[in-house]
Design a binder for this molecule. Structure first.
Ligand SMILES: [Zn+2]
Length: 207
């Protein structure tokens, strides 16, 4: 561990191949799941934004992620397209223009799980004029960066040569949903799992 802040981490990797170090970097971006809004049911929208744009903006809001409490929808035993309390979190937004022009922020989203909420309450979603209103239900789910950029847990993952021969430095910056250290540890765990799957599928003994 070279440096650690709540949102970023720099680690030195010794005694590994460049391809392994780069695989860890790629897993930080594309394989470690994080939470993002994926389905939006618009009940009312008289704002200037189309429903689709509103839903897209909500999808890009970084959300606090708990990988111990929630599972990927495809791995959940509920098997329901609507999801259950283990694979989705419901957010409700009910806002209307009370002053001349008011702004709806990410902090106005009310979550059914207090721990799962936007990482910042200050992200503007839409502006409302007097009399305009937005009412919607939004469902957040775990997903992976390889499916859509909104599920990338890391905004930056850079691999550089380390100070000694054959060592590497991996710097990871979190989007805010997960601590950067957790992203790196999870990436290594998932990479190990995949390597074991390969060993088993080619008939070798998994050790
Ligand atoms: Zn479920």
């Amino acid at each position: 561990m070279l440096e650690e802040t709540p949102n970023s981490v720099s680690v030195q990797l010794d005694g590994v191949d460049r391809s392994y170090a780069n695989a860890v970097r790629r897993f930080c971006i594309a394989e470690v799941p994080s939470m993002a809004i994926d389905d939006v049911v618009i009940l009312e929208n008289s704002s200037v934004l189309y429903d689709e744009i509103l839903a897209h903006r909500l999808g890009m809001v970084p959300i606090k992620t708990d990988l111990d409490k929630y599972v990927l929808p495809e791995k959940c035993d509920c098997g329901s397209p609507l999801g259950c309390s283990k694979c989705r979190v419901l957010f409700v937004l009910d806002a209307s223009g009370k002053e001349k022009v008011s702004t709806v922020y990410s902090g106005d989203l009310v979550s059914e799980d207090r721990e799962i909420r936007p990482t910042s309450e200050q992200i503007p979603i839409v502006k409302l004029a007097l009399g305009q209103s937005v009412k919607l239900e939004a469902y957040a789910r775990l997903g992976r960066g390889k499916e859509h950029a909104k599920w990338q847990p890391a905004t930056v993952a850079v691999l550089t040569d380390g100070p000694t021969e054959g060592s590497f430095v991996l710097m990871v910056e979190s989007a805010g949903g997960l601590p950067a250290k957790k992203i790196v540890l999870k990436a290594i765990e998932l990479l190990e799992e995949k390597l074991k799957e390969i060993q088993v599928s080619v008939g070798a003994k998994a050790e």
